[in-house]
Design a protein around this ligand. Sequence first.
Ligand code: FES
Length: 147
Amino acid sequence: MPQRKRYLFVCVNKRADGEPKGSCAALGANEIYNTLKGTLKKQGLAKVEARTCSSSCLDTCWVGPTIAVEPDGYFYGHVTLADVPEIVAAIASGTRVERLVMAPEDFDEATARPKSAFQKPAIDVGRDSAFAGRSIDPASSGGAEGG
Ligand code: FES
């Protein structure tokens, strides 16, 4: 097998029920691992672009489920099953899903950002939106004109 461009280490660590630290497995990491691996394979990316590997605890449990991306050296945090297509698309295009990339402060439980910082915005004002490309400046909206 050739060396892949990237290795995705998905933490699938499982702790006993009731452990205060919790675990990535308890948050659905095995489903994420299986779906990520299967999708990369289906799209023909598994043998060249990225290999999905299961990992023990990456010591970032408070941001779990986590994925370490090597050799790039960044981590994805608070990953959900719904994020997998975006992660695969990023692999295919040689980019990364910026909203999931852990910032330096996320590696310390005391300073980690909340889960909401990693989630997609509820309202996606994308290029297909009726508001795309429109200014919110009242001076340019015609509302400030008068006479
Ligand atoms: S259990 Fe997944 S990072 Fe610790």
